[in-house]
Ligand binder design. Sequence first.
Ligand code: ADP
Ligand code: MG
Length: 351
Amino acid sequence: MEIPAGEVVVLVGPSGCGKTTTMRMINRLIEPSSGTITIDGHDTAGVDPDRLRRGIGYSVQQGGLFPHLTVAKNVATVPGLLGWDRKRIADRVDEMLTLVGLDPGTFRGRYPRQLSGGQQQRVGVARALAADPPVLLMDEPFGAVDPITRGLLQDELLRLQAELRKTIVFVTHDFAEAVKLGDRIAVLGNRSRILQYDTPGAILAAPADDTVAGFVGSGAGVRQLTLTRVGEVELGTCPVSAVDEPVEPVRAALDDPAQPWALIVDDHRRPLRWVSKEHLAHADSLSEVGDPVRETVSDRSTLQEALEALLTGQAARAVVTGPAGEYAGLITVDTLIAHLAEVRAGAGAPA
Ligand SMILES: Nc1ncnc2c1ncn2[C@@H]1O[C@H](COP(=O)(O)OP(=O)(O)O)[C@@H](O)[C@H]1O
Ligand SMILES: [Mg+2]
């Protein structure tokens, strides 16, 4: 099995099939009884295990944090082993916490038990990334958090990966998670036999055997929605105005009956509120008026997640946000239906 540099490969398979064992062989916590593992052309058996592990970030369920150490000390583990000086370590800790969306001032001095599951997970990822290893092993990292937090952490990982381009081996037993995160998926059977190793699209379209088909599950049609990310479809638009801009142009834009709503954004173009003509009837500024934007989806989310957001919000459309949370467009139920119809037409199935 070859794992291309800079890609996310997801190992998915039933409990006990050897996913964790495989990961632990990659960083030599377990030695293989036969065969070889090479990284960048070098047989890992010939590399000093400590040196090897410093080049491989390892993140496990609940972050695997040391409970008696602060967040900062946890993140600083590997840089400390590498002998970095204190200033460099402190800077790196703050940089990593910011990267995973935790305010360093707030979280640096906390202990793991003072954090939610999702926050612990973020610290775990920050720790795995601290020494900037080219390879990252993530063993069911999001298994212990609730579905909404899991979705957010997945989005975060995709955002980080777009920037960092690490070689990531990610383990899950959730096929939907594999489809969302993986550039490629390895479906493992008993004793880690590779049943299929291919892109999510190829596996969904043509499962190699009945076991793989069982993993893919029923409802493969709707599952097509998990294959496409929001950023890949044509998004809708609406009038958009920054909160400190004048009211008049927004009022004018809303004269168009096809555009009953305008979006107010902050000075980083992040969505704040929806306003209608009625909202603006007596307003002389955009700073207070309108209804808060509840449903947003990231452009890295899947269409399936967009559908869930729309159903949850009982809204016909949701705001799509880009990498920094900025407005990127709108997604509607119609967009999703049109996409499914297109996929079916392409596959030659009756609509
Ligand atoms: N290739 C293998 N052949 C035989 N036994 C294995 C193999 N891989 C793992 N095992 C054993 O199977 C058990 C479960 O493996 P583990 O890696 O924890 O599974 P998973 O993480 O997929 O749930 C362990 O006791 C391990 O020693
Ligand atoms: Mg395991």
